[in-house]
Every structure is written in structure tokens, then in C-alpha cells.
Ligand binder design. Structure first.
Ligand code: PLP
Length: 279
């Protein structure tokens, strides 16, 4: 496997992570997951914008100007002949003697690699089960940081319960999923948590909102409660790798009819048109 290590395309075996890399020790870094369809990165600009924003918010310099990062990632796709899958890209503040405060000298370290994977069409068609979990994460979930323990524990709780995603809430207000954004449909209106510091501003979330607007579906970017979630006609989650996946059961109780709903289906179709997939 050819990976990107700083600005070098090398074999995975050749890469070396310093034991004092701050990403490794503190989770002091940021990342992106970028979907590749037919060899082309989807929403490339939006992902790079978010990467820059995440880095800025943690006061970390990115190693290269935008154009160079862009070129390196395209070369990574090419080197791996990636057609369908995704890129994982992470940048840490680099290696320095262990101290929580920023080091006076450190070079950011970029690692990126390509993963081949198909669209999860089974999940898209049949939906998933979700559980609800208290959102125990920090208050800057808008930063796509490497600190993912809150998400790790929530997702594991879902797996332990035989579900595929954990829907998080703060004191009864639904925020997002462990690795997805959450939408509900109530009386034909689409609801999702506003893009503030409590959720990741999902790229797929933004695409979905635009598609909803185009389809004439009323949208409210407003917080909703666990009761709203439980009484919703439809629930779905969105993410780069999952696209739009219906949630057909929450905490063991069917959502609506227990089948993926019409609004969800409409948005899935619009999404497929957007990415140029014919069904
Ligand atoms: N929310 C969280 C916490 C995530 O980790 C992710 C993706 O990994 C998302 C939402 C979805 O974001 P995107 O659509 O940009 O993949």
C-alpha cells in the first residue's frame, strides 16, 4: 500500500511514527475522510476547507499550502489506482518532548492513505438500528479532532446492543451520531441540529440540506428532543462513507412504520443523482 507521509509517497512499511508525536500522545491533530467516486474526490474543496478550519481552531499550522495538499492527495489516489473508496488524511502538531502546551518548535506531520470500499447499499436500502446515548464528548465537536474516545465508547455501546449507530443527546437534546449527523422527518418537515459547536458540520449533512431545498422539502436546522426522535415519522443518518442511511429502529422501538420512509428515499435518490450513480 502506498501512503502519503508528509509530501512523500512511500510504502506503508517505510512510514515511522515518533513515540512523542503529539497526535499519538494527546490526540493533538485533525483529520478528514474524503469519499472517492470513480477515481474523483467528492466535495474535495469542502473537505479541505473544513481541514483548514479544524487546524485553525486548534491553532495548528498546516504543513503545505492548499494547492500542494490537493495535488499530493490526487497523487495518492493515482498511486493506489483508487476508484471507489475514501482517503483518510490526518495532520498532527508533530513530535516534541512531552508537554501539554504547544512546543516552541515542531513540524506538523501529515499522513494519508487510500481505502478501497463500496457504497453500503444494503444499509441504505434496509436501514440500521440505533441506540441513544448521553453525549459525553467535549464542547468543540465542530473541530474534526483526533480525540475520538467519546465516539469510540458510544459506538461500542451500540455494537454491544446489536445496533449500528449511537444517537447522542445532551440532557435530552439530540446532537448527532457517534460518526454521523442525524435527521428526523416530522409531518413532512426535515429537522437536524444546527451547525454549532455541539456537532461536526458534516459535508454530507450540508449536501443533504441543499438537496432537500431543491426537492422542496421544508427544513428546520433546529435542535430537537429525544421525544421528537422517538415520535418521528422517519429518522436517517448521514456521513461521507454512509451517505444517507435510514434508521428503522431506535432503542428497540420501530421508527414510524419500521421501514425506510418516503422523504428518506427521495433524498437518497437525489444524492445518487448528485454523485452520478445510476440505480
Ligand atoms: N458527525 C461526526 C461526529 C462524525 O465523526 C462524522 C463523520 O465522520 C459526521 C458527523 C459526518 O460528517 P461528514 O458528512 O463530513 O462525513
Amino acid at each position: 500500500m502506498t501512503i502519503l507521509f508528509n509530501d512523500q509517497l512511500i510504502s506503508r512499511d517505510e512510514a515511522r511514527v515518533d513515540v512523542e508525536d503529539r497526535g499519538y500522545q494527546f490526540g493533538d491533530g485533525v483529520y478528514e475522510v474524503i469519499r472517492v467516486y470513480g477515481g474523483h474526490p467528492f466535495c474535495f474543496g469542502e473537505h479541505l476547507d473544513r481541514l483548514e478550519r479544524s487546524a485553525r481552531e486548534i491553532r495548528m499550522q498546516l504543513p503545505y499550502p492548499r494547492e500542494k495538499t490537493e495535488l499530493l492527495l490526487l497523487q495518492l489516489i493515482e498511486a493506489n489506482q483508487l476508484k471507489d473508496g475514501y482517503l483518510y488524511v490526518q495532520i498532527t502538531r508533530g513530535a516534541a518532548p512531552r508537554d501539554h502546551a504547544f512546543p516552541s518548535k515542531s513540524e506538523p506531520v501529515l499522513t494519508a492513505y487510500a481505502v478501497e470500499s463500496q457504497r453500503p447499499t444494503d444499509l441504505m436500502k434496509n436501514g440500521i438500528r440505533a441506540i441513544t446515548q448521553e453525549d459525553i464528548r467535549w464542547l468543540r465537536c465542530d473541530i474534526k479532532s483526533l480525540n475520538l474516545l467519546g465516539a469510540v465508547l458510544a459506538k461500542q455501546a451500540a455494537v454491544d446492543a446489536g445496533a449500528q449507530e449511537a444517537i447522542l443527546h445532551r440532557n435530552g437534546t439530540v446532537t448527532e451520531g457517534s460518526a454521523t449527523n442525524v435527521f428526523i422527518v416530522k409531518d413532512g418537515t426535515l429537522w437536524t441540529h444546527p451547525a454549532n459547536h455541539l456537532i461536526l458540520h458534516g459535508i454530507t449533512r450540508a449536501v443533504t440540506l441543499k438537496l432537500a431545498e431543491k426537492e422542496g422539502i421544508p427544513v428546520r436546522e433546529e435542535a430537537f428532543s429525544l421525544e421528537d426522535l422517538r415520535s418521528a415519522d422517519e429518522v436517517f443518518i448521514t456521513s461521507t462513507t454512509k451517505e444517507i442511511v435510514p434508521v428503522v429502529e431506535v432503542d428497540g422501538v420501530p421508527v414510524g412504520t419500521g421501514q425506510p420512509g418516503l422523504v428518506t428515499r427521495k433524498l437518497q435518490q437525489a444524492f445518487e443523482q448528485r454523485i452520478g450513480v445510476t440505480v
